[in-house]
Design a protein around this ligand. Structure first.
Ligand code: TYD
Length: 216
């Protein structure tokens, strides 16, 4: 989708007033990292700046996606590859039904998790292969990929302690969460223009300030 928007280079041309350019922001992080609090605080901030904002969460966000969420999180057991494809399926549905129309209407989209979760959790922590999981997801997304991915980096021990509700994947434990965390840090190193780490020691307001500063 990014290609459809004004290029950042135009911002240097005084004849073109560009405040915000690409409008699709993802928040990522391990379980209990506080993504949903930051998503909502960021949405409020963008609204006070006069922007229209749609907040979505994965898995879910559409009727089909919410049904798949139940299968993913509440089943007693699930094959690892079935897990990958179910995450990818709800994601393709969300892209077509919600994200693409919102971006086309000039709205901002803030997503609490995206396919970067699948790369970290299924690709790395489950050991299915980051490249493979990325490719499966990008096929279904057909270009609807986030312009920025902000990773809330919290020590798994602290994050798990403040987690409200454990699901099947959240119950995997600390070793699993350590792998997820390292995967995100490696993704940030590999894609520094897209994936940005926000230390968990920052306040919510501090994170929102930083995100707005980056996307402006
Ligand atoms: P979420 O509802 O964001 O839970 P939390 O608030 O605890 O972060 O996500 C549910 C679980 O699903 C969480 O353990 C992360 C996991 N998950 C994956 O393993 N792969 C994915 O692609 C996504 C989107 C989530």
């Amino acid at each position: 989708m990014s290609g459809a928007y004004v290029n950042l280079d135009d911002a240097s041309d005084p004849a073109v007033t560009v405040t915000f350019v690409n409008r699709y922001i993802a928040l990522e992080g391990g379980d209990g990292s506080g993504k949903s609090t930051v998503s909502h605080a960021l949405a409020e901030r963008l609204k006070t700046l006069g922007e229209e904002v749609v907040v979505v969460r994965e898995p879910g966000g559409t009727p089909v996606g919410e049904a798949i969420r139940e299968l993913l999180l509440d089943s007693d057991q699930l094959d690892d590859w079935a897990e990958v494809f179910l995450f990818a399926a709800q994601r393709a549905e969300l892209a077509r039904e919600v994200i693409e129309p919102a971006l086309a209407a000039g709205k901002w989209v803030i997503s609490d998790r995206t396919y970067y979760s699948s790369i970290a959790y299924q690709g790395r922590a489950r050991g299915l292969g980051e490249k493979e999981v990325r490719e499966i997801n990008e096929r279904g997304l057909a270009g609807a990929i986030p312009d920025w991915v902000f990773v809330l980096d919290v020590e798994p021990e602290d994050a798990l302690a403040r987690q409200h509700r454990e699901d099947r994947i959240g119950r995997e434990g600390i070793g699993f969460q350590e792998k997820v965390r390292q995967a995100y840090l490696d993704l940030a190193e590999g894609e520094p223009d897209r994936v940005i780490v926000l230390p968990g020691s920052m306040t919510v307001e501090g994170m929102v300030d930083r995100i707005v500063e980056v996307v402006r």
